[in-house]
Design a protein around this ligand. Structure first.
Ligand code: NAD
Ligand code: WQD
Length: 339
């Protein structure tokens, strides 16, 4: 029998690419999304690429009745939980919204899963749980000290899941800590869309390349890094989506499990390196100006992906040039995203 997966937030950036991978690998999926940061158009794009349809429920993970009915009507084997708010800067301004959506939302989801006896979950955690780590290469056991409210919501959810596992060891739980996901599907049909003006580096650079923004502001060149600009571990969205398949395989093999896994490439790149890679990929000059540091930014962060390789047999395949060329293809085909 086909395994049935509930994908919360499955029309978002990471959710859409993962949903496609699941369909391509013969999983049956139900996507639950409240469309707060995605467009219904994504559903047909995923179906177009997968050459099959899938169930979609428009709704919120905090809606207990909705989840209760959904779990009564469907035999779900596992939940992949992407739904949540993700902007670190914004989370400082709206902490209650972030705790409500991310923490309360996850709690309601877990309570309803427990009621329905569904005890298998892959949770979208984030490198932001490491905060300003004393080491630039984070292992899973590196100290967790999130700086932003957003990072704190992710760590709180990880903690809830660990407490749950301790009291009910029949659960199967994997927290995937993503580093900096970028890129798009190689066809350019799905990619990263943002309702508001993008604040992340790559989406902003694409706006500059399209001429929608005059220049990129480089937030500081006085960091303790090779060229003074911030360094991050950028990971191709296709590698990230594939990581979920490997995590699912692991969950299927184990009787019980609770693990944290970094998903990153193990290489970090500076803002200047990203600009150069994007210029190579697009053939466009990216004008930039150095400005002051952005509050909350750190010098450098990079995954130590050894555990992912040993434990789920996963390694990232794609480099920064491939990430930039896929982003550029998506952006040229969809200058206004899905709208
Ligand atoms: P996204 O905003 O593109 O996708 C999230 C999706 O969840 C959206 O489609 C949104 O409409 C939906 N959603 C939000 N709140 C919901 C709710 N209460 N009920 C139902 N649906 C809801 O974000 P993304 O980049 O795809 O990120 C997915 C997950 O991965 C998030 O949990 C995010 O925190 C985490 N993450 C993202 C990054 C990143 O840089 N993109 C890095 C680390 C972790
Ligand atoms: C990358 C680098 C900036 C924009 C964020 C979240 C994190 C995770 C991934 C969810 C930094 C510099 C950026 C610009 C710049 N998301 N920059 N000019 O901050 O590493 O991580 O996304 O879990 O939690 O915080 O990513 O793309 O914003 O920044 O110079 O206009 O680019 O200073 O060095 P970040 P980013």
């Amino acid at each position: 029998m086909k395994k049935k997966i509930l994908v919360t937030g499955g029309l978002g950036f990471i959710g859409s690419h993962t949903s496609l991978k699941l369909l391509e690998n013969n999983y049956e999926i139900i996507v639950l999304d409240n469309l707060s940061n995605s467009e219904i158009e994504v559903r047909s794009r995923i179906s177009q690429l997968a050459k099959k349809d899938f169930d979609f429920v428009e709704g919120d993970i905090r809606d207990r009745n909705l989840l209760n009915n959904l779990f009564k009507k469907n035999k779900i084997d596992c939940v992949i939980h992407f739904a949540g708010l993700k902007a670190a800067g914004e989370s400082e301004k709206y902490p209650l919204d972030y705790y409500d959506n991310n923490v309360v939302g996850s709690l309601v989801l877990l309570q309803e899963m427990k009621l329905a006896n569904i005890k298998s979950i892959i949770f979208s955690s984030s490198a932001s749980v490491y905060g300003n780590s004393p080491t630039t290469k984070c292992k899973e056991e590196t100290q967790l000290k999130p700086i932003s409210v957003y990072g704190k919501t992710k760590l709180t959810i990880e903690d809830i899941l660990k407490n749950l596992y301790k009291s009910e060891p029949e659960w199967k739980i994997i927290n995937l800590r993503y580093f900096n996901p970028i890129g798009a599907h190689f066809t350019g049909i799905i990619g990263e869309d943002s309702r508001d003006t993008p604040t992340n580096l790559i989406p902003f650079i694409t706006e500059v390349a399209l001429g929608k923004k005059d220049q990129l502001l480089v937030f500081g060149d006085d960091y303790n890094t090779s060229d003074g600009t911030g360094k991050r571990d950028y990971i191709h969205i296709d590698d990230l989506a594939r990581g979920h398949l490997f995590a699912l395989e692991k969950l299927k093999q184990e009787i019980n499990i609770c693990a944290d896994i970094n998903l990153g490439t193990g290489k970090s790149h500076s803002v200047f390196e990203v600009i150069k890679a994007f210029e190579r990929a697009s053939g466009k000059k990216i004008p930039y100006k150095i400005t002051g540091r952005r509050e909350g930014d750190i010098d450098e962060i990079c995954a130590d992906p050894t555990f992912a390789s040993n434990f789920i047999n996963w390694e990232a395949k794609y480099d920064l040039d491939k990430m930039c060329s896929d982003v550029w293809k998506w952006k040229k085909m969809n200058p206004n995203g899905y709208r």
